[in-house]
Design a protein around this ligand. Structure first.
Ligand SMILES: Cc1ncc(COP(=O)(O)O)c(C=O)c1O
Length: 148
């Protein structure tokens, strides 16, 4: 039987959906901090936070905290498809260090963002009333199906 070794030392991308889809489970901030703080410099973390606005668990913390602290290896991906309900407009964004964003942009097509999505997403960031409505209706739905 082939032995599984742990001696790969090349560039590594760790993709984590937090909170996870479809389970809704979270990776607690302490666990995530431990991984990020102890990772080699050539290990990168892509944190998919498509659903973070729905989390009420105090053990959850957005990966934005790492970026605010100056961490260069963390990229947080966000979408307007979920709580903002703009899925059809294909709009989202990533947050990370200047260096990481520049590297990421090299792999993106020029037509990445459409005008309708750009305008609607900027407007939806101002619409805190709708955001709260969207969050509460999701919460009520989860209560009805018994997942909270
Ligand atoms: C965990 C997760 N990340 C990202 C996405 C992508 O969303 P979109 O491509 O609509 O921006 C989805 C959509 O289902 C998702 O469930």
């Amino acid at each position: 039987m082939q032995k599984i070794t742990n001696d790969f030392d090349g560039v590594t991308l760790f993709y984590l959906c937090n909170p996870n889809n479809p389970t809704g489970t979270i990776t607690p901030k302490n666990t995530l901090s431990h991984w990020v703080d102890n990772a080699p410099k050539n290990h990168y973390f892509l944190l998919d936070e498509a659903y973070d606005e729905y989390v009420a668990n105090p053990n959850f913390e957005s990966g934005l905290a790492f970026i605010k602290q100056g961490n260069l290896n963390v990229l947080v991906a966000k979408t307007f498809s979920k709580i903002y309900t703009l899925a059809g407009l294909r709009i989202g964004y990533a947050v990370g260090s200047k260096e990481l964003i520049e590297l990421t942009e090299r792999c993106m097509s020029l037509s990445n963002t459409n005008l309708s999505g750009a305008v609607a997403s900027l407007a939806s960031l101002q619409d805190t009333e709708f955001l709260e409505y969207s969050r509460l209706s999701n919460l009520r739905s989860r209560q009805i199906v018994g997942t909270t």
